[in-house]
Design a protein around this ligand. Structure first.
Ligand code: INI
Length: 157
């Protein structure tokens, strides 16, 4: 379970904002539905997905967030730009979570086209922002259980 004073940071990309605003909505609604209050959520908007890890690291350095949720949308174009962004950002986000022992959640759509992105931003395949919020809540709980040595023993069976 998350605690009343758990603090969340959301880093959201303004690139493809027509998609990322839907991810942010889904994320906020899910956090609030799970009892998290608005005053414990900080939102940072960055130019594009490539800038997400830099902002996420600066937030982690403040040492006050229980989870950092990263939201963005990268859509394949005609050049290899897409591959460079996806590889750099996914690796950096994974590395931050490992380095800081804090959930850093990958809520970034990587899609071939706009329709695939819309499907994953509240369309027929769900909402990546909602999934990211649930993953953050779940990971806070798992890391807390590990630190408190109170992991449910059935986990190992
Ligand atoms: N940023 C995205 O978040 N999504 C994209 O699809 C995208 N494309 O296609 O170019 C994109 N580019 C901008 C990039 O993230 C940086 O903001 C830019 O390169 C400056 O560092």
């Amino acid at each position: 379970m998350t605690k009343i004073n758990d603090k969340f940071a959301i880093v959201v990309s303004k690139f493809n904002e027509f998609i990322t605003e839907k991810l942010l909505d889904g994320c906020l609604q899910t956090l609030i539905k799970n009892g998290i209050t608005k005053d414990t959520i900080d939102i940072v908007k960055v130019p594009g997905s490539f800038e997400i890890p830099t902002a996420a690291k600066a937030l982690l350095d403040l040492n006050k967030y229980n989870a950092v949720i990263c939201l963005g949308c990268v859509i394949r174009g005609e050049t290899s730009h897409y591959d460079h962004i996806c590889t750099a950002v996914s690796n950096a986000i994974a590395q931050l979570g490992v380095s800081y022992s804090t959930p850093v959640i990958f809520g970034i759509i990587t899609s071939e086209n706009v329709n695939q992105a819309l499907d994953r931003a509240g369309g027929k395949v769900g909402n990546k922002g909602t999934e990211a919020a649930i993953s953050a809540i779940e990971m806070i709980s798992i890391l807390r259980e590990i630190k408190d040595n109170s992991l449910c023993k059935t986990t190992y069976q």
